[in-house]
Ligand binder design. Structure first.
Ligand SMILES: [Mg+2]
Length: 232
């Protein structure tokens, strides 16, 4: 359970918490597999791509630019170096299309931020590419409700501790809301802050965490974002 009366800052994860994101990657993976058909079956192409993504995280971090390089890297491997210039161009265009995808807010996201903004400082804490994430926040129109935007290279204990120091608040005054057990919930609870888990229909396999490992203290699971209005 959670002690709400101490909370001063509510931080929202962005992708798959405020707006749809992972479904776009799923669709792009399908498009990638179609381009790879001359070289590989779909199942193998997906597997090679996912392995490439995980392998390259320490080098590129997160986001669509990294994902585009991962697709090219995987395509070279799947085609055994026979990838054509036309196919290379098609893959680069998949990345560009993904970057330009419209932001589709989740039902109740704007209403929730607007309401909570009157009582709390609202922050968005996301990871990945700075330009890409900032652009998404501005294009979402939600920036008007935000006190602060934090783009981290990795959402871990040290990053959250740094953010709290920057915001000049104690762990019990901070609440993180997100869809990733691994990035939004566990490290936040570990530093003694509060966390609300809102599972998303689509979550990147890399962000999946074992829900049974979440301690009950300072933690709450909700079905949708607007439920926050009722409890805070
Ligand atoms: Mg997320």
């Amino acid at each position: 359970m959670m002690n709400f009366k101490n909370i001063k800052v509510i931080s929202f994860d962005a992708d798959d918490t405020l707006w749809q994101n992972e479904n776009l990657f799923r669709r792009t993976e399908c498009d990638f597999c179609k381009i790879m058909l001359p070289y590989s079956k779909k199942e193998k192409a997906i597997k090679v791509l996912w392995n490439m993504e995980v392998k390259n995280i320490p080098l590129y971090g997160y986001g669509i630019k990294a994902f585009t390089l991962d697709m090219l890297d995987a395509a070279l491997k799947l085609s055994k170096g026979k990838l054509t210039a036309e196919e290379t161009k098609q893959i680069i265009n998949l990345g560009k299309k993904l970057i330009k995808s419209p932001i589709v807010l989740f039902e109740g996201a704007e209403r929730t931020l607007k309401k909570l903004n009157k009582k709390y400082k609202i922050v968005v804490t996301t990871k990945g590419d700075l330009l890409e994430q900032e652009n998404k926040i501005y294009r979402s129109g939600l920036d008007r409700y935000l006190h602060h935007i934090e783009v981290m290279s990795e959402k871990n204990k040290a990053s959250y501790a740094r953010l709290l120091k920057e915001l000049n608040i104690k762990p019990q005054e901070f609440l993180m809301v997100g869809n990733s057990v691994k990035s939004d919930i566990l490290p936040v609870l570990e530093i003694g802050a509060n966390a609300v888990f809102i599972p998303s229909k689509f979550t990147w396999f890399y962000e999946d965490g074992d829900e049974s490992k979440i301690p009950a203290k300072n933690f709450l699971k909700l079905k949708e974002i607007s439920e926050l209005i009722k409890i805070l």
